[in-house]
Design a protein around this ligand. Structure first.
Ligand code: GLN
Length: 539
């Protein structure tokens, strides 16, 4: 087993997660079994209770772990099957250390960052290696070198490398090489200083990934090589990609990153076959068709809040030789000005997941607009709950219908909490989480899209469609197309008298892959294409 640790310097948002994932893609295509994991230095146990403004999307795994969105990149770029083992936060580390202290496991000793906290971190690397096997583990350390809270993780990986012996561990450091316009020059000083900072803690990077807007000329590479104390071939340019994040593995391969990694770790592997990946990227960059889809949410201005949904739309677009233009619509603007001016002319409307009542009336109006105008509609999690509320109000005539999440005392709680959920007091990690089975009803659009009787999808919600209203909904024309095996939980709904009105209680976006788009996204993009066919690519 070989270990690669990816650290970041100079600034955050360098694309470290994407670089790590792309290296994962390349090593997999060289025939290696790659495991990916992320260490996050913050004190939350997981990002599950964090606001999207703080953290972006919360990514959910099969086992119900609520994780950093970089794990979404890992799953999209590689075939690793991730579990809660693969995302470790300082909060988890300290919780485990303190539990052991209370249980008397430290036998009267003073409990300290070194060795107790660092041992806990090293034990996690070992646990992943032992349970998951594989040839290479790529571990990304969140944050930036120099952050106080990241120090225990860096010290732990330093010790880990020392104990593993030479040739088994590789440190990759990602930095920024900024371009200073006035001087018309790329500047290497921040990179030099960031490497010096790493050295202070005893880590000498083997490979330096240089994020840059401009090509790294030979003299810049030489300088980084000299001050970074690495051969020039280990200075890797990571230039901003023009069109798509899926270009990154191709760029890194051109820079021979996978060659130098394999050479340094003495891994004898063939060159990767990038044909399929290249085809996928070609379809993303140069599609024939074009479709405009509105996403109506309340975190629309954030790049990362609906990350997996945007990626899933890209995958489905590529499969249909189509560029999906995402029109981000703020639900609260719809509340002020009505849906027409924002949604008119769109070929599809998607309502993503969400929490709390801000913007819900705007989402309900958008859903009503899609339903009555026959615009293809896709509701995800809260999006399905919104579709049910809109149907209850405007088709079944239950004018005050809503979810008890928004109004506890409503007379028509068409979305409500399950009895088991009502007993729960703790907020973190207590929703209906992870993989649950859904039975699909034959003859429905859902069944036709999945081509399966039973499916497994990932969940993250507390509220459910209230069983007491199901008969009334079905009598009014709603089809419950997906249901839990026990028959009590509504997992999917659709409207048969509409060109495409499909919603699900789970999060299909977490299972979409570049060359294997999710059937629900695929069906939605196809329906949007059929809604108004725009023959020419506009991009
Ligand atoms: N807020 C809703 C619930 O808890 C929906 C959650 C979501 O969209 N992920 O049930």
């Amino acid at each position: 087993m070989k270990y690669i640790f990816v650290t970041g310097g100079v600034v955050s948002s360098l694309g470290k997660g994407l670089a790590a994932s792309s290296l994962g893609t390349l090593l997999e295509l060289r025939g290696l079994r790659v495991i990916m994991q992320k260490f996050d230095p913050y004190l939350n146990i997981d990002p599950g209770t964090m606001n999207p403004y703080e953290h972006g999307e919360v990514y959910v795994l099969d086992d119900g772990a609520e994780t950093d969105l970089d794990l979404g990149h890992y799953e999209r770029f590689t075939h690793t099957n991730l579990s809660k083992l693969n995302n470790l936060t300082s909060g988890q580390v300290y919780q485990s250390v303190l539990d052991k202290e209370r249980a008397g496991k430290y036998q009267g000793r003073t409990v300290q960052v070194i060795p107790h906290v660092t041992n806990e971190i090293k034990a996690r690397i070992q646990a992943v290696a032992d349970t998951m096997g594989g040839d290479v583990i790529i571990t990304e350390i969140g944050g930036t070198v120099g952050d106080i809270e990241g120090l225990p993780f860096l010290e732990a990986i330093r010790q880990f490398a020392h104990e593993s012996g030479p040739g088994n561990v590789l440190f990759i450091h990602a930095t920024l090489v900024p371009y200073i316009k006035a001087a018309q020059e790329l500047k290497t000083k921040p990179t030099q200083q960031s490497i010096a900072k790493l050295r202070e803690i005893g880590i000498a990077p083997h490979i330096i990934l240089c994020r840059t807007e401009h090509p790294l000329d030979l003299d810049v590479r030489e300088k980084i090589s000299l001050f970074g104390n690495v051969p020039i071939e280990d200075v890797i340019e990571v230039r901003d990609v023009k069109h798509s994040i899926y270009e990154v593995p191709l760029k890194l391969h051109e820079e021979r990153l996978d060659d130098v990694v394999c050479k340094q770790l003495k891994l004898e592997t063939p060159q990767p076959d990038l044909t399929k990946w290249r085809h996928f990227v070609q379809r993303v960059i140069h599609p024939t068709h074009h479709v405009r889809i509105g996403v109506v949410g309340k975190y629309i201005e954030l790049q990362d809040a609906y990350k997996s949904i945007y990626e899933a739309l890209t995958h489905a677009g590529a499969a249909n030789d189509t560029k999906v233009d995402i029109v981000r619509v703020d639900a609260e603007s719809i509340e002020k000005a009505g849906p027409e001016i924002y949604l008119n002319g769109l070929q599809g409307i998607l309502i993503p997941g969400g929490f709390g009542d801000r913007g819900t009336e705007g989402k309900i109006a958008a859903t009503g607009y899609a339903r009555t105008a026959g615009i293809p509609f896709f509701g995800i999690c809260l999006g399905m709950q919104i579709a049910v509320i809109e149907f209850a109000r405007n088709v079944c005539g239950l004018k005050d219908a809503t979810s008890t999440e928004f109004d506890k005392g409503t007379a028509n709680p068409v979305i409500s909490m399950m009895e088991e959920q009502k007993k729960i007091k703790q907020l973190g990690g207590t929703m209906r989480l992870g993989t649950w089975v859904t039975d699909l009803k034959p003859g429905t659009k859902a069944h036709q899209l999945y081509q399966a009787d039973t499916i497994k999808e990932r969940h993250r919600h507390r509220y459910e469609v209230n069983e007491d209203y199901k008969d009334q909904f079905e009598a009014a024309g709603m089809v419950i197309s997906g249901i839990s095996p026990k028959g009590d939980l509504t997992e999917m709904i659709e409207l048969p008298n509409h060109p495409h009105f499909v919603a699900c209680q789970f999060h299909p976006e977490f299972l979409s892959k570049p060359n294997n788009p999710h059937p629900l996204f695929n069906g939605f993009v196809k329906a949007a294409l059929a809604h108004h066919h725009v023959p020419e690519a506009l991009s």
